[in-house]
Design a protein around this ligand. Structure first.
Ligand code: SF4
Length: 283
């Protein structure tokens, strides 16, 4: 992504009411103009969330997060996370993003997380997240066990930890999980723009909705209403997939849950949900 077009994109979303941006990759710090891009993002948005593996720590060190900004470190690149790359002298929030799956090596992970939180001098909050691109229903029992094990043991070690659960209600219902936000209505208030300026519905979707730029030299940004139309179209398509698969048989649909992105995914089939959910009317 070029700096010029990145600035146009920032201005476009800012002018259309967006106040937050998440910068993610790949790995943002490998961009040669990383610093300029972060500065641009801060110029247009109140909050900048940077997701990083901290690979190019020299570029990361030049970044100055503000109080409302967050840096979210990918725990699975622990070798790059150190006292320097955590920017402990700078403002803002530091989060350690820990993806938990059915086959996660809990003991090893616990040791590594404790090492990082010790280095971070209690400045880093750990957030446990599900691997949302996998079939969370098929391996539900193991995933839940790993989440609970890590959560409880981190709490016992006085680590600030949260469970950021993005799963639909038929996954969490009646299941012993750490405290989490039970809101499983996905409002679709965000879009993802990839490095080729393609708009994607969210990071669970690899397909392209539309390119953000049009015109002979691809330098004119599409009207915001057109972008909104594409997102609405995809949202309807996803709702239709969810309803068709199982949500049509669910009393919660539309009031407390709308299937989120998970249920529409091809990797999750109805049988997996029925077998592992505790919602009685889905059995
Ligand atoms: S609405 Fe769909 S995704 Fe949500 S709990 Fe019911 S079946 Fe599951």
């Amino acid at each position: 992504m070029s700096l010029d077009k990145f600035e146009l994109i920032c201005s476009y979303f800012h002018d259309n009411g967006f106040d937050k941006i998440a910068i993610m990759g790949g790995e943002p710090t490998i961009h040669p103009q990383f610093s300029e891009m972060m500065f641009t993002a801060q110029t247009y948005f109140e909050c900048v969330y940077l997701f990083t593996n901290a690979i190019q720590s020299n570029r990361l060190l030049a970044y100055h997060p503000r109080e409302k900004d967050s840096i979210i470190y990918n725990f699975h690149f622990t070798k790059y996370i150190n006292e320097k790359s955590l920017l402990l002298d700078e403002s803002g929030e530091r989060l350690l993003d820990v993806i938990v799956d059915y086959n996660s090596p809990v003991e090893e992970m616990l040791t590594d997380i404790l090492t990082i939180t010790k280095i971070a001098k209690n400045r880093t909050k750990v957030q446990l997240v599900l691997n949302n691109s996998s079939n969370i229903f098929k391996h539900k029992d193991l995933i839940v066990s790993n989440i609970n094990s890590l959560y409880k043991r981190l709490r016992n070690n006085d680590v600030k930890v949260s469970f950021e659960c993005a799963a639909p209600l038929c996954f969490t219902f009646g299941t012993d999980l750490p405290e989490h936000n039970h809101n499983t209505i996905c409002p679709q208030e965000a879009v993802l723009i990839d490095g080729s300026y393609n708009v994607r519905f969210c990071n669970l979707y690899s397909s392209t909705l539309v390119n953000l730029f049009t015109g002979a030299s691809q330098d004119t940004i599409i009207p915001f209403q057109i972008l909104r139309n594409y997102v609405t179209m995809e949202s309807f398509r996803n709702k239709s997939l969810c309803l068709d698969k199982i949500c049509k048989d669910c009393l919660y649909y539309g009031s407390v849950c709308n299937g989120k992105c998970h249920i529409g995914q091809e990797i999750i089939n109805r049988e997996d949900i029925v077998e592992h959910t505790l919602i009685p009317w889905l059995k």
